[in-house]
Structures are given as structure tokens and as C-alpha cells.
Design a protein around this ligand. Structure first.
Ligand code: PSU
Ligand code: MN
Length: 302
């Protein structure tokens, strides 16, 4: 018994990996806990076909029937998107969810780890978890960050939502030796907004050059992720100052309701989505698709 015992790789993904075709991993927490039904499933399917249309093979990852599934069919995606019983699985939850054969949607941390077990090196998501505001007392730092320091998978995101402390998150990424590359602008983006108030540590506009940096990091024997931040398309962005108001409200509501631990991120996302009346959902969908396109390009170049 080893990690391979718990992997269930779809035929399409396995064939692609064997023949050296580019493969792009996708997370499932965004489907089960990040977006409402039925937009979650529609988006997941559209993102998969965008990746296919751009020459790569999509591999959505989740835990089902005691296995780490890499590459889901439409029926499995639909079940994840409809059910209310799906676990949010970060790194620490993997053993419990597998040993109890529970359905689980994987976060960035868990998806990275499973992608790596399967031999996939490029992973597309919306936003990563990070250092929460107030972490100096709550110690709430997402396992996404520690995972990025120890697992060699490149993560394509739209930056870091300002439900988090963006400055502390960038400091943490520096401490852990994780290169942070923004595409097309000098500013590090904040998920819904192209702005964040922080300059990106690096800027590279050409996907081929990003692939070069990723390759060189791993050829040097440096373990861990590269974080690529791809700003939300201008026509879908919500201005930073407008988002800040919703985020402040969301944070005080979380405090009032004593929400902490793994429930905090989904609570904040849900709150913001309700208060922005669907505008944030549209931005979320647009940025994930935009990331899928970039991820397919980087995977192809790599
Ligand atoms: N941030 C977002 N959208 C998301 C998430 C984070 O902007 O959907 C999800 C991702 O799956 C991420 C997880 O890996 O939340 C982080 O949760 P936590 O903070 O509990 O580690
Ligand atoms: Mn947390």
C-alpha cells in the first residue's frame, strides 16, 4: 500500500500523462463551496472545455468512495455541485474523508498534493487561501500556503482576496521561498479587483517565460510552488474600494456569528456573493475562465 493505492486517475488523464500531453489540474472546493448551483457546474464544465480547446487535458480533483479522483466525469461533477453533504477537504482532512469513504471537495492545498501524486504540475484555481486578517492573534493561516512551500505544483490564480491580509500573505510567500508572478501589470491583483495596493514581487507577461521560470525552479532542485497571479479581466472587475466595504461587513458578521476555522472562508465568500447581488459571482466566473486559458498556455509551454 502506498499513495498510488488511493489514486483513481481517469483514462483520459492517464493517457495524457503517459504520452506527455499537457494536463491542468482543477480544484473542487470552488464547485461545492465556492459557487451556487447550477452556475458552479456550468462553470466547471465550461472551464474544462476551455482547457481542452487550448490543447491541454483538464483534471478536476475530488475525493469520492475512498479514492483521490483525478479527472471527473459529468455525473461526478454534477453530484459534487448538487449535494449539501460534501466535505471541504484541506490537507488535514484527506485521511478522514478517505478512510470513511465520504465525498470531499478539495481545496488548493489538497488538490496540489493529489495533483502531485498523479504527476500533474500545473493547477488552475480562482483564489488561494492565505494569512487571514487578525492572524497575529487567531493564527489562521491557510494550509494552502504551507502546501505551496512543500509541493512542486504551479498555481494559477487571480491573486489573493482581501478577505485575507494581502500584505502578510505576500510576506509569508516570501518567507517560504515561493516566487509570485503577476501577468500583464505591476500590481498584485486581489481576485475581484485588479488593484490591491501591493506591488507584485515579479511581473512576467509571456506564458512561455512563466513556464521557463517554473521549469528552472524545479531543475534547480527547489521544492515548492510558483504562484501566478492573473488579474481579473477589466470588464468583469469590481473596484477595490467597493469590495472593501463588503469585506468589512463580511468580517464583522463572521465575528458576530463566531465563525472560525475551516468555515470562515466559505462564510465570507457566501456573504460577499449575497451582498453584491451576483456581481461577485460573475467576476468569479470570468476570472476562473481567464485563469484556465492562461493555465493551458503555461502547461503547453512547459
Ligand atoms: N479563496 C477564494 N475562493 C475560494 C477559496 C479561497 O477566493 O474558493 C477556497 C479554495 O478552495 C481555497 C480554500 O483553497 O478556500 C481555502 O480555505 P482555508 O482558508 O480554510 O484554507
Ligand atoms: Mn483557516
Amino acid at each position: 500500500m502506498n499513495e498510488q493505492t488511493f489514486l483513481n486517475i481517469s483514462t483520459e488523464v492517464r493517457d495524457a500523462l503517459v504520452s506527455g500531453k499537457p494536463v491542468v489540474a482543477l480544484e473542487s472546493t470552488i464547485i461545492a463551496h465556492g459557487m451556487p448551483y447550477p452556475k458552479n457546474i456550468q462553470t466547471a464544465l465550461e472551464v474544462e472545455s476551455m482547457i481542452k480547446n487550448n490543447g491541454a487535458v483538464p483534471a478536476t480533483i475530488a475525493i469520492l468512495d475512498g479514492k483521490c479522483c483525478v479527472g471527473l466525469n459529468e455525473e461526478q461533477l454534477t453530484a459534487l455541485g448538487k449535494s449539501k453533504e460534501v466535505w471541504k477537504v484541506s490537507l488535514r482532512d484527506i485521511p478522514y474523508v478517505i478512510s470513511n469513504k465520504l465525498p470531499g471537495a478539495t481545496t488548493v492545498a489538497a488538490t496540489m498534493r493529489i495533483a502531485h501524486m498523479a504527476g500533474i504540475r500545473i493547477f488552475v484555481t480562482g483564489g488561494i487561501g492565505g494569512v487571514h486578517r487578525g492572524a497575529e492573534t487567531s493564527m489562521d493561516v491557510s494550509a494552502d500556503l504551507t502546501e505551496m512551500s512543500q509541493t512542486s505544483v504551479a498555481v494559477i490564480s487571480a491573486g489573493v482576496k482581501s478577505i485575507l491580509d494581502i500584505g502578510l500573505t505576500l510576506e509569508y510567500l516570501e518567507t517560504k521561498g515561493i516566487p509570485v508572478v503577476t501577468v500583464g501589470q505591476d500590481t498584485f491583483p486581489s481576485f475581484y479587483s485588479r488593484e490591491s495596493g501591493f506591488t507584485s514581487p515579479l511581473r512576467i507577461d509571456d506564458p512561455g517565460k512563466i513556464a521557463d521560470l517554473i521549469r528552472v525552479k524545479w531543475q534547480l532542485g527547489l521544492i515548492g510552488a510558483v504562484l501566478v497571479a492573473n488579474p481579473v479581466p477589466a470588464k468583469s472587475e469590481i473596484p477595490f474600494s467597493k469590495m472593501e466595504i463588503f469585506i468589512h461587513d463580511a468580517l464583522s458578521s463572521a465575528k458576530k456569528n463566531n465563525i472560525s476555522g475551516k468555515k470562515l472562508t466559505p462564510f465570507l465568500l457566501q456573504y460577499i456573493s449575497e451582498k453584491t447581488g451576483g456581481e461577485s459571482l460573475e467576476a468569479n466566473i470570468a476570472l476562473v475562465k481567464n485563469n484556465a486559458l492562461l493555465g493551458a498556455r503555461i502547461a503547453t509551454a512547459l
